[in-house]
Design a protein around this ligand. Structure first.
Ligand code: ADP
Ligand code: MG
Length: 269
């Protein structure tokens, strides 16, 4: 498989002492171009920490992260930044992730050209990005508070795809949104993935959502991978913890875990 993101034996802690607990412990996963890997597990299982280590905001205690075949820690420092930019993240909270004083256009401009940004040279690209996430061109001159949560999440998605990443990490991107809006955002991500071909690491505590959007799944518990494979494993999990997670999904018939995935029906929650 041609993995664009390849994580091997990743361990991490938040403390500096040898006795600091391992919040990630030997996590490995790969995601190919155009594919979506779900990462599920209860709150505190280490999902967001995994995202932080992959995007580089938290150092790894051990293990490797490779992007398009290049080990992030082995490439020259000068190339590391460019390599990291190939991985973009959509944060969970669309209210906290946008600078309230910055217009949407400015936010996108800074993503496109972090230094010496020239508004005119990027105007077309900003309009294009807004249209890709189904926002009006006029959105560029407005401030985040003028937008709903779902619209802000569209802006966050536009910002993430601005630099044409090969990997997109979505960390609980629909958790703060109403059910109908969740569905729209999931559809948007799916369509963008079809068009742009990025590999997606889709982090969620919601197994119903995972079953719908993911091709493969990694089940985490206490910082470790307890089960991993094709999304269909949710229908017959081998691991008792996965079984517990599946059985706690609030759908008495388990319909959306067993039936066809990828948007056949609207999400339940
Ligand atoms: P998840 O995203 O699966 O809910 P997290 O990765 O956020 O889990 O957290 C995993 C563990 O790391 C939890 O025990 C959490 O309390 C701890 N943790 C998360 N962030 C920090 C932090 N900044 N400092 C110390 N511990 C943290
Ligand atoms: Mg989290």
């Amino acid at each position: 498989m041609n993995a664009v993101i390849d994580v091997q034996g990743l361990s991490a802690t938040y403390g500096f002492s040898h006795r600091s607990p391992r919040v990630l412990d030997g996590v490995s996963l790969t995601v190919a171009r155009g594919r979506t890997m779900g990462v599920v597990g209860e709150s505190g299982s280490g999902k967001s920490t995994l995202a932080k280590v992959i995007v580089g905001t938290l150092g790894a205690a051990s293990g490797t992260v490779s992007i398009e075949g290049a080990d992030v820690m082995k490439v020259a420092r000068s190339q590391r930044r460019a390599l990291r930019r190939r991985v973009q993240m959509i944060p969970q909270d669309p209210y906290a992730s946008l600078d309230p004083r910055m217009t949407i256009g400015r936010t996108l401009l800074e993503a496109l050209a972090p230094t010496a940004a020239r508004a005119t040279s990027h105007r077309d690209r900003i309009a294009e990005l807004l249209s890709m996430v189904a926002l009006e061109p006029g959105a560029a001159s407005r401030l985040p508070h003028e937008f709903s949560g779902g619209q802000r999440q569209r802006v966050a998605i536009a910002r993430a795809i601005a630099v044409q990443p090969t990997v997109l990490i979505a960390d609980e991107v629909t958790s703060a949104l109403d059910a109908s809006i969740q569905f729209e955002i999931l559809e948007l991500l799916d369509r963008l993935q079809d068009d742009l071909g990025f590999a997606c690491l889709f982090i969620t505590h919601n197994l119903g959502v995972a079953a719908r959007v993911c091709d493969e799944i990694t089940v985490m518990r206490h910082g470790r991978v307890v089960e991993q494979g094709d999304i269909s494993l949710l229908a017959e999990p081998a691991d008792p913890y996965t079984r517990l997670l599946v059985s706690s999904v609030p759908d008495p018939e388990g319909r959306f875990l067993h039936g066809p995935s990828r948007y056949d029906t609207a999400p339940q929650s």
